[in-house]
Design a protein around this ligand. Structure first.
Ligand code: CP
Ligand code: NVA
Length: 310
């Protein structure tokens, strides 16, 4: 179903395609655990263009590609002619002649869309200012491991900045029918167009999506609570101002006392203890948080195999 397609946004995937990715990721993880690594991408090469820093995305895509029998090329914006102003549309057409797929981490989402328009090979979003789909698909895989496969019975709360993670959770929850409340300060809401699209997508699955300014109301009865940094990459200069504004949104034990007793806390990492999450809450949930990090590998292997396989 996904063969030859791009993965720029969960919104562009069908409900069945999302299900296929989640199931295949779990299957690849159990194969990996039993030391079976099928070489679905033998002889193929993935290009990885990074215009921002990364630990997890870079390592998990690269290792994932090796495990599938292929190879991966790390392409830093500092070294590419792209970084000196070569047009995206030329870079996309050139790289399409050498590679079998490209993962891109960039700033404006429009850069990814333009790249995908001119490329003749699958383009995977490794994070843009707007969306982080590979992370949220991974989080859904991880939630299914910890809370069971039926996500329609679960309630999730995202607390913090209405950033690329918040936007992608909205798209992800809409496709799997999971209730999601996003709590952010009024001036830091998720992207309005994303919210609208997600609510429309949710008509198919019955997912209830909402926004509130009140973090306590958001976590009430929540089974899963997620947060993310208050100052995303590119917003470093706003860090101090944001810290003041977002303090009431910190995921701490007081906030968790309003959630379900067995609620789990997720964080895509890197985490800033004492800011969006306390050290105590982080460490109490370390197992799931590092499962989440590990599952990037299995979920992206599923995405690469499904989009890039012959
Ligand atoms: N969560 C995540 O995408 O991590 P990196 O920025 O380290 O890739
Ligand atoms: N919102 C964060 C996610 C990092 C993985 C950022 O964009 O920096």
């Amino acid at each position: 179903m996904l063969r030859g397609k791009d993965l720029l946004s969960i919104h562009e995937l069908s409900v069945d395609e999302v299900e296929e990715i989640l199931n295949f990721a779990a299957e690849l993880k159990s194969m990996y655990r039993s030391k079976f690594t099928p070489d679905f991408l033998k002889g193929k090469t993935l290009g990885m263009i990074f215009e921002k820093s990364s630990t997890r995305t870079r390592v998990s895509f690269e290792v994932g590609m090796y495990q599938l029998g292929g190879s991966a090329l790390f392409l830093s914006n500092r070294d590419l002619q792209l970084g000196r102003g070569e047009p995206i549309k030329d870079t996309a057409r050139v790289l399409s002649r050498y590679l079998d797929g490209i993962m891109i981490r960039t700033f404006g989402h429009d850069r990814l869309v333009e790249f995908a328009k001119y490329a003749k090979i699958p383009i995977i979003n490794g994070l843009s200012d707007l969306l982080h789909p590979c992370q949220v698909l991974t989080d859904l895989v991880t939630i299914r491991e910890h809370k069971g496969k039926n996500l329609q019975n679960l309630k999730m709360a995202y607390v913090g900045d209405g950033n690329n993670m918040a936007n992608s959770y909205l798209y992800g929850a809409a496709k799997v029918g999971m209730a999601l409340t996003v709590a952010t300060p009024t001036n830091y809401k998720p992207n309005a167009e994303v919210f609208e699209n997600a609510v429309e997508d949710a008509e198919e699955t019955g997912a209830e999506l909402s926004w509130t300014e009140d973090p306590v109301a958001a976590v009430k009865d929540a089974d899963i609570i997620a947060t993310d940094t208050w100052a995303s990459m590119g917003q470093e200069s706003e860090h101090d101002e944001r810290k003041k504004i977002f303090m009431p949104y910190q995921v701490n034990s007081e906030l968790l006392s309003h959630a379900n007793k067995n609620a789990i806390v997720m964080h895509c990492l890197p985490a800033y203890r004492g800011e969006e999450i306390t050290d105590e809450v982080f460490e109490n949930n370390a197992e799931i948080i590092f499962d989440e990090a590990e599952n990037r590998l299995h979920t992206q292997k599923a995405i690469m195999a499904l989009t890039m396989m012959d």
